[in-house]
Design a protein around this ligand. Structure first.
Ligand SMILES: Cc1cc2nc3c(=O)[nH]c(=O)nc-3n(C[C@H](O)[C@H](O)[C@H](O)COP(=O)(O)OP(=O)(O)OC[C@H]3O[C@@H](n4cnc5c(N)ncnc54)[C@H](O)[C@@H]3O)c2cc1C
Length: 288
């Protein structure tokens, strides 16, 4: 590995100064589970690593007055999975995180790192996108909020600029009458990344018709996949097997899947059909 300078700022301001000064030359270090691999493979060669470990408060989990749950970027996946607040308010997120890798990786890996590495075969981005989560990005130039749906723009690429830090993940609590599910499908070991993962959220009105539907499919393309027009067609309709089947068919037809060691494009297309249907059914059972 080349010589890399290392800084451990004790405040966000100090970290932002370093990122602004070093630009492309600097990389943020969170849990290090992803960046250690790409550095050792020579895929990245920064001259400075800016560790977030000494900055107080970045691993907080809290709830605000409107009921949204705030997760700091240094919250470990295991920490969020076990946090009473997450388990109580967002059990589907706790369950999604519990399905990532193995317990050793989850003790080390952070939520901010998982979102910012933008690996196509990740679990949390699809679930957070389905839940309508937003992230807060800050830099010396100011602060902005970006929906998780717009965060990842391609393979290992996000809208986070080189001088920006992700400082908060804000997840709205689901209103009553809402059901949510995340189904992860692996084709290799139990600890592997997904061949695909489907996150579904549905809400029913008092008459039992769909008032909100969200389906996001992860690990099948360069970024999580969702089709707002397909979902909008469900609103006001009963979520019967025909309607659910139509969404599964539409997602299978419109996603252009990748091929990798976990499955060919054709296999993934078949599995999208199967798992979108199952995830919607599971969310519906919970909503009812
Ligand atoms: C064996 C193994 C199995 C795995 N299986 C799965 C799986 O099943 N599902 C899954 O979803 N993931 C899986 N992963 C990936 C794992 O979840 C990620 O490696 C991890 O979440 C990255 O977090 P980190 O804190 O280690 O990030 P780091 O490696 O520290 O950083 C990752 C990237 O994000 C940037 N970054 C980090 N924090 C910030 C921030 N706050 N602001 C701006 N940029 C930031 C870094 O600069 C770097 O580019 C697996 C990893 C391993 C090693």
């Amino acid at each position: 590995m080349p010589d890399i300078d290392w800084r451990e700022p004790s405040s966000i301001d100090e970290a932002l100064d370093l990122l602004a000064r070093y630009g492309e030359e600097a990389k943020v270090l969170a849990g290090g589970t992803w960046i250690a691999l790409v550095l050792s493979q020579g895929l990245l060669a920064p001259s400075l690593l800016v560790s977030l470990h000494r900055i107080a408060g970045l691993n907080n989990i809290a709830i605000d007055r409107d009921g949204s749950v705030h997760l700091g970027p240094m919250v470990r996946l295991r920490q969020a999975e076990l946090a009473p607040l997450v388990r109580e308010r967002l059990p589907v997120l706790a369950a999604t995180l519990a399905d990532v890798a193995n317990v050793r990786v989850r003790h080390q890996a952070t939520l901010g790192g998982n979102l910012c590495d933008a690996d196509y075969a990740s679990d949390p981005p699809a679930m957070l996108a389905a839940l309508g989560a937003v992230v807060e990005l800050t830099s010396r130039r100011g602060t902005r909020r970006v929906s998780v749906r717009d965060l990842i723009v391609g393979h290992y690429a996000t809208v986070v600029a080189v001088d920006e830090l992700l400082v908060d993940v804000v997840v709205p609590t689901l209103p009553g009458g809402t059901g949510a599910s995340y189904l992860k499908f692996r084709t290799r070991s139990h600890e592997d990344r997904p061949c695909l993962g489907v996150a579904a959220v549905v809400r029913l009105d008092p008459a039992g018709r769909c008032s909100h539907a969200e389906v996001v499919v992860g690990a099948v393309a360069d970024r999580p996949q969702r089709f707002p027009d397909v979902l909008a067609a469900l609103v006001g309709e009963p979520l019967d097997p025909a309607a659910i089947g139509a969404v599964a068919e539409a997602y299978a037809a419109r996603i252009d899947p990748i091929s990798d060691l976990r499955g060919s494009a054709e296999y993934r297309r078949q599995m999208v059909r199967v798992f979108v249907r199952r995830a919607l059914r599971a969310a519906l059972v919970e909503a009812s």
